[in-house]
Design a protein around this ligand. Structure first.
Ligand SMILES: Cc1cc2nc3c(=O)[nH]c(=O)nc-3n(C[C@H](O)[C@H](O)[C@H](O)COP(=O)(O)OP(=O)(O)OC[C@H]3O[C@@H](n4cnc5c(N)ncnc54)[C@H](O)[C@@H]3O)c2cc1C
Length: 446
């Protein structure tokens, strides 16, 4: 068994070879059925009060809070990789967007396309304000950026990793790496958690394996329902003459998916491959399942005037025409829009590059109003956003008690983080879900 190289001597004790009566859980019978197990070659080598499966954000936060609440508990984190907290390390472009400066539970839940209803209660127990306080208490000051995202003052995710590492060392939590959990069984008194090389006994098990398909399969075989996983938080691939060579250009717009109720507004960024920015990411999150069903091939209507209607755009263009009769339309944007984008929309309306406002006829004006309020673009595929993505899907929320985060299907098993069918848009909300879940697990078991 490999331990992460932390100073403290492990509390775990070796049980050695043994024969025990184990119980495989058969959900169909809603019961545990006895099987004699005699493992001559496997070593039952570690006995813990609580085993946490998954050494990511949720796993560490849960473990630290458990032992802080009750220092007498023996806790281990089992991590399948050679290192822990890998997603924290790369998060927020290496800066770790820890949470968001949205402090009211009923407001913050609106950022979660999946989990909005279920997280309302948990956020009343532990919300973003509590996260700031928790990190402050553990020596990490968070700062707020203009858009509400919160980062460690150091602007480095290593600060969060160091904080968690130090806390687990100080509290005597065992971090066991290269321990990929293969199965979980219920014995008469404990759970038996089997990795490729070792076996662990624990009274309670917390599962924080993120979006790991194998763990979902395992839990499905134990009776849980899993909402199938689809990507969330992605950008749109669009090849269109109106966007060519405009990468880096950003403007406010509202975007609608054609033949759908999906709609979002916010800054829209033109990229090498299509469109990105907060508005697009919001659409991708709320439409994660619907856009998956469309195989990421669909049309969008972009309103570059945000909320303005076609009629309002016509009125606006008529006023501009009156005031700028002699000016060439394509030359300069008369509205809050980058000139180069304005020029493309003018040309796409069938208005020549030399036409003056005075020469612009009714058909051309209508076409321009249409481009401005409902410019149609064809999306063909998706790309990841700065390598950041989350997965929509996971443990069906109906099967979790959100007062304790305990499984309603398998008593004494708890969940926190992305393993649940919860995800949010970018901005620090996904980590907040991990902190809140971890905190509640700790409150309820320690
Ligand atoms: C590039 C990127 C950047 C991101 N940036 C941000 C950000 O700045 N802010 C934000 O809020 N969110 C961000 N996110 C989302 C955020 O990282 C996740 O929502 C969060 O890490 C989920 O935490 P978790 O502990 O539930 O899962 P994870 O962090 O995925 O941890 C799960 C752990 O379990 C381990 N594991 C899996 N299966 C097993 C097994 N069978 N046995 C043992 N161990 C196992 C995994 O190896 C992993 O270490 C980002 C995501 C990505 C991909």
């Amino acid at each position: 068994m490999q331990r992460a190289s932390f100073g403290r001597f492990s509390k775990s004790s070796s049980i050695g070879f043994c024969s025990l009566r184990a119980f495989h859980y058969y959900p169909a019978h809603n019961s545990f059925i006895n099987h004699d197990i005699c493992k001559k070659n496997k070593t039952l080598n570690s006995n813990y009060d609580i085993v946490i499966i998954g050494g990511g954000a949720a796993g560490f936060f849960t473990a630290i809070n458990i032992v802080e609440n009750n220092p007498s508990l023996k806790v281990a984190i089992l991590e399948r990789g050679k290192t822990t907290l890998e997603k924290v390390r790369i998060s927020g472009g290496g800066r770790c967007n820890v949470t968001h400066a949205c402090f009211v539970p009923n407001d913050i839940v609106k950022f979660y396309p999946r989990g909005e209803k279920e997280l309302r209660g948990p956020f009343h127990q532990f919300c973003s304000g509590d996260t700031i306080e928790w990190f402050e208490k553990h020596g990490v000051t968070l700062k707020i950026e203009e858009d509400g995202r919160m980062f460690p003052e150091s602007d480095s995710s290593e600060t969060i990793i160091d904080c968690f590492t130090k806390a687990t060392q100080d509290l005597g939590i065992d971090i066991l790496i290269s321990q990929s959990v293969q199965s979980i069984y219920k014995t008469e008194t404990d759970f038996k958690v089997q990795t490729k090389t070792d076996t662990f006994l624990a009274e309670k098990v917390v599962i924080t394996t993120g979006s790991n398909p194998k763990m979902w399969e395992m839990l499905e075989s134990l009776g849980h329902s899993i909402v199938s996983a689809v990507p969330s938080l992605f950008t749109f691939n669009i090849k269109d003459a109106r966007l060519k060579d405009l990468m880096g250009l950003s403007t406010f717009a509202s975007v609608k998916v054609k033949k759908s109720k999906l709609e979002a507004s916010g800054p829209l960024l033109i990229t090498h491959w299509g469109m990105s920015g907060p508005g697009i990411l919001r659409l991708s999150a709320w439409g994660a399942r619907e856009l998956f069903d469309k195989n990421y091939h669909f049309a969008i209507l972009v309103n570059w005037l945000n909320e303005a209607t076609f009629e309002e755009a016509i009125d606006l263009l008529k006023d501009i025409k009156l005031e700028n009769a002699k000016k060439v339309i394509s030359k300069k944007s008369p509205i809050e829009m980058p000139n180069r984008l304005w020029e493309r929309l003018v040309l796409a309306s069938g208005i020549s590059a030399e036409t003056t406002w005075a020469d612009c006829n009714k058909t051309e004006l209508n076409a321009l109003a249409n481009q401005l309020t409902a410019g149609e673009f064809q999306v063909n595929g998706k790309s990841t956003f700065k390598e950041e993505f989350v997965t929509a899907g996971g443990i069906d929320l109906k099967e979790v008690n959100f007062k304790t985060m305990e499984s309603k299907v398998i008593p004494n098993i708890y969940f926190a983080g992305e393993i649940l069918n919860i995800d949010a848009i970018t901005g620090g909300f996904n980590f907040q879900n991990a902190w809140t879940g971890g905190f509640i697990v700790a409150q309820s078991i320690a």
